[in-house]
Each structure stands twice: as structure tokens, then as C-alpha cells.
Design a protein. Structure first.
Length: 256
């Protein structure tokens, strides 16, 4: 992609994205730990002008991913990192995309080799999710954004060298989704949307009876917009909310 072509790609960013910020966006490297929800964020970031990516995941695309992740029926059984790389290059053919087809486990995954500016952590719930966040933010002094969908809303928490430790927020307790989400909400002094709070017992019972959590396309794309905006604020050296505080917004409650 020539300089002129890149300029055309981001030409509608003017008035809200300065030339200086656009230059920072163009050169920043984003690492996605997990390419499920991470894929929605990566494509939103690509259209904003980000063009350096490291994609980490070993999962294959399945039919049940298609309700919220930006993949297609024809690529079922393809590696997520492979398809996402194709998507990014279809938008910006000169984007630099590195793929890492590995299961992301704290004990065996070499995060030091990734060498990115910002990390978006969407790997599965568990101790690795917490330990990798704390390792990158505290030991490597990197900024780690942990986004998640809740109903029609989005919960996003950012970790830096100066923020709280993730392990302290969840108090090294159970690493399941239920405990992690409620500990984040509690420590950030937030309140779930009424349609969730008032039906919490039923929702949790349904989740416990399944082998997977419910996730909606509206929330995935909403989360992508929030994280991409956070990345722009970080590059523009504007203040952001960091752990133990968190960002929680719900579309269903906002659309009154």
C-alpha cells in the first residue's frame, strides 16, 4: 500500500484523529492474545489505521463462533489466526501481520518474543488469563487491555505497570468467569445493568448448565469500538481508566 493509498484509507479520520495521532497509530504494534473477540477488535483497529499486528491463537473456527466473531461459513475449520490475517490484509494489503499458532498457557507460552506495544487479552478464563496479564503489565511494563462481553454490554479493564494487579482484584480466588466478572464489578464499584442484575440467578444457572458463556454480536462490536478508542487515547497520551477501575457500558440500558 503506497503512502497515498494509506492516506485514502484513513482520510475520513480527519477532524477527530490528528496527523500526529494517525502517525502513532500507523506505527504501533498490537498483540492479540486470542482471536475470537480479539478478531472484532483487530478489524476495527485495522480500519482506524493500525497496521502492525501479532495474532496469537491455536483455535479453529466453528459454527458457534459466527454469531459474534467476524468469520464466515466458508472458513469453518480454518485456524482463526489464518482467517483473521486474511481479513486484515484484505483491508490493508501492506499490513504487517505475524501469526503465532500456539495455545496460550502461562507455563509454556513465551510472551517475551511478542514484542508489541499494546496487548489485548481475550484468552479463555482461568489462571493463565490472570497470570499473563500480571506478567505483561508488571514484569514487562506493558499495557494490557482485558475486554469482555456481558449481555448487550461491554466490560473493559486496563492494566499497566502502575495499576492494580489482576491477581489482587480477584484475590487469587476461583478463576472461573463468574468470580472474575463479579470481583471486577465489586472492586470497581460498578453495578450490572438491571436486566442482568434482576435476573442474575436465572442467567447464572443457565450458564452453569452449558459448557460455554452467552455472547452477542452487538456486544462484540461495541467492545471493539471501546477498545479501539482506548488505544487511540493511550497513543494520544490522554488519561484512561485503569485497574482496579473498569469501564462498563451497556447498550440496552443506554438506548432509552
Amino acid at each position: 500500500m503506497s503512502v497515498n493509498t494509506y492516506s485514502k484509507l484513513v482520510s475520513r479520520n480527519y477532524a477527530f484523529i490528528s496527523d500526529d495521532l494517525q502517525s502513532k497509530i500507523k506505527t504501533a504494534t498490537l498483540c492479540f492474545l486470542g482471536c475470537g473477540l480479539g478478531a472484532n477488535i483487530a478489524l476495527c483497529a485495522t480500519r482506524m489505521g493500525f497496521q502492525h499486528f501479532v495474532l496469537c491463537d491455536d483455535d479453529f473456527i466453528e459454527m458457534e463462533n459466527l454469531n459474534r466473531q467476524p468469520y464466515f461459513y466458508k472458513v469453518i475449520n480454518m485456524k482463526k489466526v489464518t482467517s483473521l490475517k486474511e481479513h486484515i490484509l484484505a483491508i490493508n494489503p501492506e499490513a504487517e501481520v505475524t501469526v503465532v499458532e500456539e495455545r496460550i498457557k502461562e507455563a509454556s507460552f513465551d510472551v517475551d518474543k511478542l514484542n508489541a506495544d499494546y496487548y489485548i487479552n481475550t484468552i479463555d478464563w482461568g489462571s493463565d488469563y490472570v497470570k499473563i496479564t500480571d506478567y505483561l503489565s508488571k514484569k514487562q511494563k506493558k499495557t494490557v487491555i482485558n475486554p469482555m462481553n456481558i449481555g448487550f454490554g461491554s466490560l473493559v479493564q486496563t492494566f499497566t505497570s502502575a495499576s492494580a494487579r489482576f491477581a489482587d482484584i480477584i484475590e487469587n480466588d476461583a478463576f472461573e468467569m463468574e468470580n472474575i466478572v463479579f470481583k471486577i464489578i465489586e472492586k470497581a464499584d460498578l453495578h450490572l445493568a438491571p436486566y442482568i442484575q434482576n435476573n442474575k440467578a436465572r442467567i447464572l444457572e443457565e450458564i452453569r448448565n452449558k459448557t460455554f458463556e452467552p455472547q452477542l454480536s452487538a456486544a462484540s462490536n461495541f467492545t471493539a469500538a471501546i477498545v479501539t478508542t482506548l488505544l487511540c487515547k493511550l497513543l494520544d497520551q490522554q488519561p484512561i481508566t485503569v485497574a482496579p477501575e473498569a469501564i462498563y457500558l451497556d447498550l440496552k440500558e443506554q438506548l432509552c
